[in-house]
Design a protein around this ligand. Sequence first.
Ligand SMILES: Cc1ncc(C[n+]2csc(CCOP(=O)(O)OP(=O)(O)O)c2C)c(N)n1
Ligand SMILES: [Mg+2]
Length: 593
Amino acid sequence: MPHIGDFLAEMLMRYDVDYVFGMPGGQTTALHDGISRRAPKIRHVLVRDERSAAYAADAYARLTGKPGICDVTVGPGTTKLPDGLVEALNASIPMIALVGELPLDWLSLRSKGVASQGFDQVAFLQTITKATYLVPSVEALPDLIRTAFRVATGPRPGPVALLIPHEVMDAEWDEEKIKPVIDDRHKFSPSIRYAPATQDIAAAAKMIAAAKRPAIVAGGGIHASDATQLLTEICDQLQPLVVTSLSGKGTVPETRPYVAGVLNALGSAAAIELIKEADLVIWCGSKASQNTAMNWTLPLANQATITIDADPLEHGRTFRPTLALCGDVKLTLEVLRAQLTAKPIKSWLARIAEVKAANEVVIGTEMAVESSPIQPPRVMRAVAERLTEADVVISDASWSAGWIGAYIKSIAPGRRFLYARGQGGLGYAVPAAIGAGAVQSDRGGRVITVSGDGGHSYAIGELATLAQNGYRVINIVLNNGTLGWLQMWQEFFFSNLRQSVDLGFGEKPNYAAAADAMGLKGIQVRSAAGIDAALDEAFAFNGASVVEVLIDPRATPIHSFRRRLAQPDRKMARPGTVYELREWKISPSLDNA
Ligand SMILES: Cc1ncc(C[n+]2csc(CCOP(=O)(O)OP(=O)(O)O)c2C)c(N)n1
Ligand SMILES: [Mg+2]
């Protein structure tokens, strides 16, 4: 007779889940048995660390819109999940963690690991998930699986943990009694879309028509709502200034003349300059986080604002918008589009073109530097030249986010740039490439990760996962021998301190050699002259590779750090904005609106 592991695998398959990422334990073996019997419709990918399973599921979800599924065993498997769960919680990514649990009636034995690997998993997971459920019986399981999918994909999407006790997972599956019935509305996120009130849409259209210098801050919520194509069409018609958050990169292609790039302290200088000149700023699918809102100096006090967000609680968190459009981004844009009368404004487009052109000169010069030590913009240029619309780029935290953000342009609407900005945790890129690699192996594109040596060191074990599965992943390691960001922070603000920031010693670690030993193609690049050949080789390789580039340790994408490096004798105080409470502003109305 089949068991409940079969039932669980059957339910997942019916929800169109084709990959599950995890690490086995005795409590979850029935699930793996169930999956293996249904392969290749549903497949299990073995990771080397459960932390990576959650990150892989996160990337899978971002690229497919389906909940990412990961599985761990009770105890030490569960305690490695938080990095991925908090990232998904903060970034509103649909995810389901299938968690092994000790038998239900061993309650008193869980404490202090008297029963092997036991601890209070529910309490542990509750604060870092959208919902956590302990399955009380075989009979309750079908409904709780449906609940997990409904909650993970419903507004606002997020991670759900489902704890399945050992005796439930191993029980026989009575197919007459336990039916694998799913709710097909919850295969994808968002599973429900709603539009704002009609009068709010009319008011928004009027404001947009009255604006002289309209701007859109496009956030990750646009990707989550699958609204990139629609937003791009609307923007082609209106031609407002468009800037994006890191997560929003790719919502409107950066090749459009009115798009000024990523708004962030390490993003596009043109975006930072131009957004301040707007009279109306539409925050679309963006929570105006600390980084995108430039330490909440944005929006400016004199800027009228419209917020578009599906979460009613998001409107007004950091400022009081002039107008709040509470609704699914795509549906809201659809109804708004029908009422838009605004036309492109020549003077504003000319100003955007002027600032962008000046910035392009600077960026172009940086990307052309052929001398040693290697400058990261030159590396990014070489990556950009080889990218196609089918490829996916994954950023680690650290300066990699800035190098990608400012020097690789998105060329088509769609989510092809992944940033873990929910937490900004180091060590995301390589594990996320497992999930992206699985998706791309079916779609036919490549995956490119960019990390610093610090971030890359977190998940070197997972390089074997990439190689074993034959995923076409090119991992670029920008090796400056240090935790660059912290090294400069110490130097600037703590009188040249150099404590616990150096990762390199002599010629080691050699990340290319390590990759080679793990079954990948490992290439080390020491001079700018070698960049193109190395990337040609890696991009053409039908498998996983690591391209380690020894870069200038004085290179940084942070604009304020660059100013400090250029004026070493000027005494500069630690940025006060790190501690200051933001000013909660009330956005004004727009003249003539
Ligand atoms: C998990 C985690 N720990 C610590 C930090 C703080 N942090 C931010 S950037 C950074 C240095 C990153 O070094 P590396 O990956 O080598 O990139 P680089 O800055 O040198 O380009 C650190 C430690 C973080 N973001 N995430
Ligand atoms: Mg580094």
